[in-house]
Design a protein around this ligand. Structure first.
Ligand code: NAD
Length: 487
């Protein structure tokens, strides 16, 4: 085993970059730490502008051949990658849990199968991607999706491989080559993905993985003139820096950012269902961009809703994410924990009441928290906490509910609990949100458009929208006249 290999629960992981089909080490490493117990997992290659440039060069060199590869062959290789993921679900699950602290059972049963599905879905979608030809004064219009070129994909730590492959799969399907930059707090599964892709027969240079701190390596990737697309999932401040950096070359951007989404509970709702939806918001220790972190509850049912919520939330088990019975694991990093607690303590100092939680626990765990008595313009209502911290406000009328729901700078998602379909339609039409769930939460289909409005993002990915982003769309107009007679 090389000095660049670490093992996590018996799984060997290469800590170097993957560039042009080869492992490449940096002069320096950065430590990767497990949120489960704060232990250091190992040192990961700490990328610099030099490795960023090498990865873009490799992606550029591999692009013409991959772009010219038939759709059927690209789809075949993506399915082979999905096969590889499926074979390694156990390994990927334990490595991801060790790296980011999310539940092992969720990784096994939901997340990693979904990673495989990301590849299968975009492979299959590619094969049926078409726009019907149309005529203009006897001329035929034909729309095609041309591969755009090297694509930089930058991803966060809260669902590392799921969010990375949600970009990698459509970018590869589109015929683009990829430079993937995973988050520095969760570098491991991206390295395993490089192994899986190589085993599946993906040609060298088509997928490259560079590791490192975004602040050190990011700009070299996003300002590079040979990069044709940038897709980013992460925070608003980083998105702004990336947009500035991409502006030099007018590189098209897709931005999937934060949220402060509401859960609207109307008096006519099935209250048990509403409480189930509410308690779900503690999933992944609250580190979910789509989480409905602001409960807006109709006054007449607020007391009963709160009583049932407290009872149900009290049944959640918090602890080691590898435990089968665990519902809530640790938060990702001491810095994140400090940030979460800062939000809560400032809110309490400003008059908020912690109905449950409101404090840290041993290790890297934060008690599931519900805050009431919060003002609409307060920090904890307006800013994304990204931890197990929820707020509850009440409303008297439907108009007030809509006004409160829309009154942040975000617009990622909204969840409604109501027994009245007409109300659901009326309210949905007024909400600013990329996704609205009615009497359900987190039902996601890859063919749906996904993204956010306002500061929650720019653009949509999913189904054909992904190909629209990763490709250069071309319209070819052909006259019926002018052909030579080839007999
Ligand atoms: P972050 O912005 O700190 O980091 C995200 C990625 O950007 C990391 O890989 C990081 O290394 C990189 N990065 C940092 N600085 C960079 C720079 N100057 N140039 C290029 N890349 C740089 O975000 P995070 O803390 O990792 O993730 C949490 C955020 O992500 C939350 O706001 C959450 O809501 C959001 N998120 C959004 C979605 C969505 O689909 N809308 C999904 C998951 C997470």
């Amino acid at each position: 085993m090389s000095e660049h290999t670490i093992t996590v629960a018996g799984v060997a992981i290469d800590t170097r970059h993957w560039i042009g089909g080869e492992r490449v080490a940096s002069a320096q490493t950065f430590p990767d730490v497990s949120p489960i117990d704060g232990s250091t997992i190992g040192g990961i290659s700490r990328g610099t502008a030099m490795e960023a440039a090498a990865a873009v060069a490799a992606a550029k060199a591999a692009f013409p051949a991959w772009a010219a590869t038939s759709r059927a062959e690209r789809a075949r290789i993506l399915h082979a990658i999905a096969d590889g993921v499926e074979k390694r679900i156990e390994e990927l699950s334990i490595v991801e849990t060790t790296d980011n602290g999310a539940l092992l059972r969720s990784h096994r049963r939901g997340v990693m199968p979904r990673v495989a599905h990301n590849f299968r879905f975009f492979a299959d979608w590619l094969l049926k991607l078409e726009h019907e030809d149309f005529e203009t004064r006897g001329h035929t219009n034909h729309v095609s999706w041309d591969p755009a070129g090297p694509s930089v994909l930058i991803t966060p730590w809260n669902a590392p491989l799921m969010l990375a492959t949600w970009k990698v799969a459509p970018a590869l399907a589109a015929g683009n080559t990829v430079i993937l930059k995973p988050a520095e707090w969760t570098p491991l599964t991206a390295s395993l993905l490089a192994d899986i892709a190589a085993e599946a027969g993906l040609p060298a240079g088509v997928l490259n993985v560079v590791q490192g701190y975004g602040s050190e390596i990011g700009d070299a990737l996003t300002s590079h003139p040979d990069v044709r697309r940038i897709s980013f999932t992460g925070s608003v401040p980083t998105a702004k820096r990336i947009a500035e950096s991409a502006a030099a070359n007018l590189t098209p951007l897709s931005l999937e950012l934060g949220g402060k989404s509401p859960l609207l509970v109307f008096a006519d709702a099935d209250l048990d269902l509403a409480v189930d939806l509410a308690v779900e918001q503690y999933d992944n220790a609250g580190q979910v961009c789509l989480a409905a972190t602001r409960f807006l509850v109709e006054e007449s049912v607020a007391e009963e809703f709160t009583r049932r919520f407290v009872e149900k939330a009290g049944q959640l088990t918090q602890g080691d994410p590898r435990g089968e019975a665990t519902d809530i694991g640790p938060n990702i990093h001491p810095l994140q924990l400090e940030k979460i607690d800062g939000f809560v303590q400032r809110a309490v100092a400003a008059g908020a009441r912690a109905v449950i939680g409101g404090h840290r626990k041993d290790g890297q765990y934060y008690a599931p928290t519900l805050l009431t008595d919060v003002a609409q313009d307060s920090e904890v209502v307006q800013e994304e906490v990204f931890g197990p911290v929820l707020t509850l406000q009440t409303f008297a009328t439907e108009d007030e509910a809509v006004r409160l729901a829309n009154d942040t700078r975000f617009g990622l998602a909204a969840t409604l609990a109501t027994g009245d379909p007409e109300r659901a339609e009326r309210v949905t039409a007024q909400l600013v949100a990329g996704t609205v769930w009615t009497n359900c939460f987190f039902v996601r289909d890859l063919q749906a458009p996904f993204g956010g409005s306002r500061h929650s993002g720019v653009g949509r990915e999913g189904g054909t929208w992904s190909f629209d982003f990763y490709c250069d769309l071309k319209n070819t107009v052909t006259s019926p006249n002018g052909w030579k007679n080839h007999g």
